[in-house]
Design a protein around this ligand. Structure first.
Ligand code: EPU
Length: 333
């Protein structure tokens, strides 16, 4: 177990805001994690890869990062392989591991920043795939009494960028392992966005080339946190009812949309933000990415209040223009 005091979280979070944790603890295995939880009395925040958390001020408690990094094949059926990964494994290292073994299911989720332990929390998704499509089980501990849990896919109550870990269990659990079922004979999903277009650069279409295509698209469209601190999509894509959709469409004939459950319509938040004139703008040390309006960026030494102010300015503008309430996807502390 690694224990440090008064640690800067700037390098530990991809948005890169200067804020300190009173204590920062990294546990290397689950025994360490268990004994830490048993003895801890302080406020606790569990950090994964730091790609979805923005600390806007110092944290007067313990920031804990589980670092166990095992990957294990736990079951095999004629068509699939079950793989159990520890929470501390880097997400894209895990995707690479599965693709190299020609196991399908996660290739469209290549290059998403973060750790495996965080993937079920917000049910990460990209290019027509959500991680819930492959999750069999999520294991961990309740923080309060250290009792273990093992949830089936259904028990995780997955939704769009949503799960039980963001709702009734928010702040109450530590995820230690996620088990995935991956296919030996996958059906590749290439219809979303410009994957098919990108695949023309390769002589074949297989799990590896789909991964390569997704990586190329992401590298082009999304800023590297090494260049501009960011958390990927800052807001969720909102879902609106048909009446509101038709009202907006009567003024904006080009509004993009996707069908959603219960006759609702999903609208890309990026389009709403761009149409409100925010794409590429700067406010002090924060801005809106010039290639993807859904991504807020740190232009260097951004302060927590600047991020909150810009996010609120965008929410307000979208509310006034479209009567749509944007919801933040990132966790602001
Ligand atoms: N668009 C704009 N302006 C922009 C960018 C996009 O108007 O600046 C419109 C276009 O109509 C475009 C549509 O928005 O067709 C969708 O854009 P994109 O395909 O880039 O996807 P997104 O809906 O903005 C979602 C995820 C991303 C994921 C991409 C690709 C959410 C909140 N975000 O973004 O996930 O990579 O799809 O599948 O659902 C993340 O969660 O951090 C993330 C990056």
């Amino acid at each position: 177990m690694i224990v440090k005091e008064n640690v800067s979280l700037k390098e530990l979070t991809t948005f890169g805001i200067e804020a300190k944790a009173r204590k920062f603890i990294q546990t290397c295995n689950n025994d360490e994690l268990f004994s830490f939880l048993k003895n801890n009395q302080s406020p606790l925040y569990i950090l994964g890869g730091g790609s979805n958390s923005i600390f806007t001020s110092d944290f007067d408690g313990v920031v804990l990062q589980p670092l166990e990094k095992n990957i294990e094949i736990v079951n095999e059926t004629p068509n699939s392989v079950w793989i159990k990964s520890s929470a501390g494994v880097d997400w894209d290292d895990f995707v690479k591991f599965t693709v190299e073994r020609e196991l399908g299911g996660l290739e469209n989720l290549s290059l998403i920043p973060g750790n495996v332990g965080a993937c079920p929390v917000q049910n990460i998704g990209a290019y027509g795939v959500e991680v819930k499509d492959t999750i069999i089980k999520v294991d961990g501990f309740y923080i309060e009494n250290q009792s273990p849990f093992s949830f089936s896919n259904e028990e995780c109550q997955f939704g769009y960028r949503d799960s039980i870990f963001k709702r009734s269990l928010k702040g109450k659990t530590v995820i230690t392992h996620v088990t995935f079922e991956l296919s030996k004979t996958p059906t590749l999903k290439t219809h979303y966005g410009n994957i098919e277009e990108e695949l023309k650069n390769y002589s074949k279409t297989n799990i590896q080339t789909v991964r390569n295509a997704v990586i190329s698209i992401r590298e082009r469209k999304l800023p590297s946190p090494k260049v501009f601190g960011n958390c990927g999509s800052f807001f969720k894509n909102p879902t609106i009812n048909q009446n509101l959709f038709e009202t907006i469409q009567s003024s904006y004939a080009n509004i993009p949309s996707y069908p959603a459950a219960n006759q609702m319509v999903k609208i890309p938040a990026a389009w709403l933000i761009e149409t409100c004139g925010f794409k590429g703008i700067k406010r002090g040390n924060v801005g809106v990415h010039s290639q993807q309006a859904l991504v807020l960026i740190n232009l260097g030494n951004a302060k927590g209040e600047e991020v909150i102010d810009l996010a609120n300015e965008i929410i307000e503008a979208v509310r006034i223009k479209f009567s749509i309430e944007l919801e933040k996807e990132v966790n602001i502390l």
